[in-house]
Every structure is written in structure tokens, then in C-alpha cells.
Design a protein around this ligand. Structure first.
Ligand code: TXA
Ligand code: MG
Length: 345
């Protein structure tokens, strides 16, 4: 692929937001800020534009993309509820979930309408759709007036980008522009729910906890966290090796294992509570250490940025403190999913 000049655009400048929309309408690739992570945007219903996303990300072609639209009406137009096993039920889940969580970090998967091409769904009969809340992303959607496909704006299998600099780190020279809207507020990808079958199912744990979703749909099933999913179960993108920093060995560690490694050359990614305890017991650590908040939302917000920083420190081994809970009402369940993937393989 011949390198292209990647423009840096500012989401606070109206003319830059307009430029981002123009580039997308011209079948270009623009990384866009969303409330979850940065997405690599292109025209969703144009198979040529969509092909460019797969090429730039080096994404396996069996892994479908999420389509972003401005509102639930536009989302419903991409679905064909009549193809679902129980169309009345699927439409009712759609209404309930979209009314509560859109705009926001929820992606709904349902049978696709005929005008949704095979490019964006990787040939699957279902399409994934989300209504994002980030103001710059919403402006770009309004200006293009068309659905925008946007997977996370990183090379395939690398951590998702939560700021413009992360995007440039793996995609500079491969995309037309990045629209810089500052750091993402959630820092974790959207929760992906398939509403097309007899039982709705959470395919990917995300920025909305399983508990928050079950409060509305108690029958919601969930894929086990950290596991590879494939076509048979519905979410082809969830290979175990995903969200991984470029560090030779990444392992989850208990507090006891972290203690043992306190004065070793391993890099550590731990929470403030443990840092405080061990610093008091064993003194300030010399080695590479990233300390994140004990609060789940703040931890989530900072998590991918910490992985990108740790990559730059060129440590051979990274130990990540295991999560304090995997309770379904907590974001720690989603974080544990990402930790298992980052440390697999
Ligand atoms: O928060 C997010 O979801 C971000 C922002 C940019 O919106 N996007 C994102 O996209 O994380 P990506 O491509 O990195 O992850 C999309 C996930 C994958 O696990 C993929 O397999 C699943 O959604 N997915 C997409 N289309 C699907 C479909 N038709 N059926 C089942 N799963 C689907
Ligand atoms: Mg991704």
C-alpha cells in the first residue's frame, strides 16, 4: 500500500469537522472520536469504501463492522425484523434498548435489510448498528447524511485507541485523516447485543455492564468473557488474541505474584490500592509501573492508554493485577474480558 499523508483535524473547528465529512463522502477513511474509543469511519453502504477499512486495519475479512447512525429510526431502517425468529419480540427489545441507551455505548445486531451490502457485514445475514453520543461524531453523521461504518481505529488485534495519538501510532500513512476530539470518556468499546434470535445475547462485554442491560431485559444471555467466539455463535470478531499490546509476555497476576515481582525487571500494571500497600511495605518501586484508579470507570478510561504507554517502555514482561470482581453489575467484568484477551496467546 502506498503511504498517504494523514491529516490531523480538530473536532473543535467547524471547518475541520466539515472536512472530515467531505473526506468520508469522497470514499476516504477518517478516524473519528466516539464516547467509547476512536472509530475508523467510511461510508457503510459503499463496498469500495468499506474494503479500504479492511485493508488499512489489516482486518480479517470475516470480521464484520459496526454501522453508526444518528438515531433509532435510521437504525431500524437498516434492520429487517421480519427475518427474525420472533419479529414482534425482536422489535420490542430494539425499542426498549434503543430508548434507554441511545445515543450511547450499545451496539445492536439484527437481521439486515437488503440495501445493507455484504462488505460491512462480511457476508453475514445480520448487521451491527450503534447510535453514538460524541458530539463531533454526531456532527459528522449529520453532515454526511449517511451511515458510517467504524471499527476501532487501530491495526487489527492491537489495543483500541482512546486518543488521536494512539490512532496515528498504528494508522498514520494509511488513512486520510484523524479528527482529534480529545480523550474518549468511556475508554472501552460498546456492548454488543444480538436481538435477532429467541433469546437476546450479549456477544461482547462493553462499556454498558451486563447488569445494566439485564435490568431492562432479564432474559439476556451472555457469552463467557475472554473467550473466542466464531460464526456459529455469532460474533466473528472476538478472537481471543485481541486488544493486545506489543509486549513479549503479558500475564494476569494475583497480589501475591505482584509482590514477588516488586523488585524484578517486569513491568507492572496495577491499581492505586495495591501500589500504596506495597510501597509502604517494600519501598518505592524502581521498575516500569503504571498505576490506575481503583474506580472501575476511571480505570476503564485509562486502560488502553496505559497499554500504549507500556509498549513504549520496551519491557519484555508485563504483569497486570487481576480485577477485584467480575460481578455482572460492574464494569470490572468487561475489564476482565479485555485483560484475558490482552494476556492470551
Ligand atoms: O465502541 C465501539 O463499538 C467502537 C466504536 C468505534 O463504535 N467500535 C468497535 O468496532 O469496537 P470493532 O470493529 O473493533 O468491533 C466490532 C465488534 C466485533 O466484535 C464484531 O465481530 C462485532 O462487533 N460485530 C460487528 N458486526 C457483527 C455482526 N453482524 N454480527 C455479530 N457481531 C458483529
Ligand atoms: Mg476493535
Amino acid at each position: 500500500m502506498i503511504p498517504i499523508q494523514t491529516q490531523s483535524l480538530n473536532a473543535n473547528e467547524e471547518s475541520d469537522v466539515a472536512r472530515a465529512a467531505q473526506l468520508i463522502l469522497a470514499r476516504g477513511l477518517v478516524a473519528l472520536p466516539t464516547e467509547t474509543v476512536y472509530g475508523l469511519g467510511a461510508l457503510a453502504l459503499d463496498d469500495e469504501a468499506v474494503r479500504k477499512i479492511f485493508a488499512a486495519k489489516e482486518r480479517p475479512e470475516h470480521n464484520p463492522l459496526i454501522v453508526h447512525v444518528s438515531n433509532a429510526t435510521e437504525a431500524a431502517a437498516l434492520f429487517d425484523f421480519s427475518q427474525c425468529s420472533n419479529s414482534v419480540q425482536s422489535e420490542s427489545w430494539f425499542r426498549t434498548l434503543s430508548e434507554h441507551f441511545w445515543p450511547g455505548p450499545l451496539t445492536l445486531v439484527c437481521r439486515k435489510n437488503t440495501h445493507v451490502g455484504d462488505g460491512v457485514t462480511a457476508g453475514l445475514p445480520k448487521v451491527a448498528v450503534r447510535v453514538p453520543s460524541h458530539p463531533a461524531m454526531r456532527q459528522v453523521l449529520a453532515l454526511t447524511g449517511a451511515p458510517i461504518a467504524a471499527p476501532s481505529a487501530n491495526l487489527s488485534s492491537r489495543p483500541s485507541p482512546t486518543n488521536a495519538e494512539h490512532v496515528l501510532r498504528t494508522l498514520a500513512g494509511k488513512i486520510d485523516a484523524v479528527l482529534d476530539g480529545g480523550p474518549c470518556t468511556h475508554g472501552l468499546e460498546s456492548s454488543v447485543v444480538d436481538i435477532s434470535g429467541e433469546t437476546p445475547i450479549l456477544l461482547r462485554a462493553g462499556a454498558l455492564s451486563l447488569g445494566a442491560l439485564r435490568a431492562l431485559i432479564p432474559s439476556l444471555a451472555a457469552m463467557p468473557i475472554g473467550q473466542t467466539t466464531h460464526q456459529a455463535t455469532g460474533s466473528p470478531g472476538l478472537t481471543a488474541k485481541h486488544y493486545a499490546p506489543q509486549i513479549h509476555s503479558v500475564k494476569l497476576a494475583s497480589p501475591a505474584q505482584i509482590k514477588e515481582a516488586w523488585h524484578s525487571p517486569a513491568a507492572l500494571l496495577i491499581r492505586q490500592g495495591l501500589t500504596d500497600v506495597y510501597t509502604a511495605q517494600m519501598g518505592i518501586r524502581e521498575g516500569v509501573t503504571e498505576t490506575l484508579s481503583d474506580d472501575e470507570s476511571l480505570y476503564a478510561q485509562q486502560f488502553y492508554a496505559a497499554l500504549y504507554r507500556l509498549e513504549q517502555r520496551e519491557s519484555e514482561i508485563l504483569l497486570i493485577e487481576e480485577t477485584p470482581s467480575q460481578d455482572e453489575s460492574s464494569l470490572w467484568r468487561t475489564i476482565q474480558d479485555r485483560l484475558l484477551r490482552a494476556s492470551s496467546g
